[in-house]
Design a protein around this ligand. Structure first.
Ligand code: SF4
Length: 139
């Protein structure tokens, strides 16, 4: 699956949950997206849930803003760096981000970064419309 098709499909799954939970207020909705609750109630939201596995080893993990509004992805590549093409990057240059590099490609590696998963951050940029929060991720 390409990143763009994953992005679209994930946003639609997010929207289906939000539409179903319209009776919850914003704080309740954010709490609903806590990892432990999502594993139980929304087993198809993330492929890691079936193994009760976290993408980030942190007790505060909240899945509301997966994939991250600061991620930038371009299927054509942003630029060439010698033989390599830069396909993704972090818009805020998070100190906890890094890069995967192959002979031909460079991708952003978010494995060490917790920025979009804290509830403080989610509340700051909150919208019930996931696509609106993620509007700058892809061109
Ligand atoms: S490094 Fe962190 S802030 Fe940057 S795109 Fe990845 S998850 Fe988002």
């Amino acid at each position: 699956m390409s990143y763009s098709s994953w992005f679209q499909a994930h946003g639609e799954k997010h929207k289906a949950i939000i539409d179903r939970l319209s009776h919850l207020n914003d704080d309740e909705l954010i709490e609903y997206f806590r990892f432990d609750n999502m594993v139980q109630k929304e087993p198809y939201f993330c492929p890691l849930y079936k193994d009760n596995k976290k993408c980030h080893d942190n007790n505060e993990l909240n899945c509301y803003l997966c994939a991250c509004s600061n991620f930038r992805f371009n299927e054509e590549g942003f630029e060439k760096k010698g033989e390599q093409t830069l396909y993704s990057k972090c818009d805020i240059n998070s100190k906890d981000g890094s890069q995967y590099k192959s002979q031909s490609a460079i991708h952003q590696n978010c494995a060490g970064c917790f920025v979009p998963h804290s509830e403080q951050y989610i509340k700051k940029y909150f919208s019930r419309n996931w696509f609106k929060i993620m509007k700058n991720v892809m061109p």
